[in-house]
Design a protein around this ligand. Structure first.
Ligand code: FDA
Length: 394
């Protein structure tokens, strides 16, 4: 069978791949997109609880983790959240801000996938699903790619295969293997934006409290996130924990402020003065979920009337409430992680064109690169911005 010839072959019909394809298509390039999954944009469909947190209006380079923190700056500056919002509005998709600049569809994340596919179609881009890749070779005339649907031949090859998170949604390590094949280094990967697991004493003491949710500030390695936490059967989750999980590694000190924005010492003194006869568990249940307050008083805090708590004990209790040392044993792993930290080392990739500095015509975009955003729409903004940057030059 004759190879399918095109200017640009994009591997991966996710957020970054589709954005790259439609941008290149709009420039008149002949673009093919292939994906081994049976549907395009599966992560987009799943995201934001089905409503896709498609960007964050407060996006800055500081919202991303990478061994090369400057790498993301150029693309983010050239394709901002407002560019993406303009497309969303042009397609009549209603959206709202949930909190902290996070924009969600009012109705469904399907609308974002439809928008990208409509843009691809209008730009003449061909998208194929169920199209796994078996071999990639580079000759003097470009890339030869063998797939389940035949051979492709393209001058430019864009790797947009994402990270390892959620294999059931099509995630694979293919992009990393391809990068290595062409001499690129892949920095160690690990699950990010992921629930943490507990073991031993902490697991025993918290697992029957699952379902308890409260606002906290989580601190680790000089980084802090204030948001809610949820106790689960296996450990802890919720936005504050997902955020801090990207900064945590086994053995790192993790502290939870259970009374964020409050002065626990001052509050305990006021309780001693005004409600001395009340048990600590009673007054604590007024500022924390009761099931958690009871458990804290059973194991960690003085379980007695507040007036009987002496000054050193009071200071100790306040320190514990504002810096609870939670011992996490690990993470839930790629099975539930929203993102993959690490990936293709950006030091051998152009930050303006996303072209490999080792192999002309080879580009990497999106999460396959060692650039990972915080929770809150930043990861999609990175996919749009990097896909757009590559789409302008391929
Ligand atoms: P993405 O993973 O989107 O796409 C990669 C594509 O490559 C997939 O279609 C896959 O099938 C394909 N592929 C992989 N291997 C292949 C191979 N060997 N051959 C062919 N094709 C292959 N972010 C955010 O900003 N806001 C949010 O609300 C959420 N919510 C969210 C929820 C959940 C459950 C997850 C798992 C993740 C999020 N994220 C998120 C993160 C966000 O989804 C993610 O960062 C982007 O989708 C990354 O875009 P990419 O295009 O790089 O990869």
């Amino acid at each position: 069978m004759k190879p399918i010839a095109c200017d640009v072959l994009v591997i991966g019909a996710g957020a970054a791949g589709l954005m790259c394809a439609l941008t290149a298509g709009q420039r008149g390039r002949m673009v093919q997109v292939i994906d081994h999954a049976n549907k395009v944009g599966k992560k987009i469909l799943m995201s934001g609880g089905g409503r896709c947190n498609f960007t964050n209006t407060g996006t800055t380079p500081a919202n991303f983790l990478s061994a090369n923190p400057h790498f993301c700056k150029s693309a983010l500056a050239r394709y901002t959240p407002w560019h993406f919002i303009e497309m969303v509005e042009r397609h009549g998709i209603a959206y709202h801000e949930k909190e902290l600049g996070q924009l969600f569809c009012d109705i469904s994340s399907k609308q974002i996938v439809r928008m990208l596919m409509d843009e691809c179609q209008a730009a003449g881009v061909q998208v194929r699903t169920d199209c796994g890749v078996t071999k990639v070779e580079r000759g003097s005339d470009g890339f030869h790619v063998t797939t389940a649907q035949g051979q492709f031949h393209a001058a430019s090859l864009v790797v947009a295969t994402g990270g390892l998170s959620i294999p059931s949604l099509g995630a694979s390590g293919f992009g990393y293997e391809l990068a290595r094949q062409f001499g690129h280094e892949v920095l160690p990967t690990r699950a990010g934006l992921v629930p943490l697991t507990l073991s031993g004493k902490h697991q025993e003491r918290f697992n029957d409290r699952s379902g308890v949710a409260l606002p906290i500030t989580a601190r680790c390695n000089d980084v802090a996130f204030s948001n809610s936490m949820l106790i689960t059967h296996r450990g802890i989750s919720g936005p504050a924990i997902l955020q801090i999980s990207s900064f945590w590694q086994p053995g790192d000190d993790l502290r939870l402020d259970l009374l964020p924005g409050q002065d626990a010492e001052g509050w305990l003194r006021a309780m001693k003065r005004d409600r001395g006869a009340a048990e600590l568990r009673t007054v604590l249940s007024e500022v924390l979920p009761r099931r958690l307050a009871l458990r804290l008083c059973e194991h960690w805090l003085p379980d007695r009337p507040v007036k009987q708590i002496d000054e050193p004990q009071l200071r100790e209790a306040a320190a514990l409430l504002q810096g609870f040392p939670l011992v996490a044993s690990g993470t839930e792993g790629y099975r539930t992680a929203e993102v993959t930290l690490g990936g293709v080392d950006t030091r051998k990739v152009s930050s303006s064109t996303f072209e490999s500095q080792l192999v002309p015509g080879l580009h990497f975009v999106g999460e396959v690169l060692d650039v990972t955003g915080w929770l809150g729409g930043y990861n999609f903004q990175w996919a749009w911005a990097s896909g757009h940057a590559a789409g302008q030059v391929v």
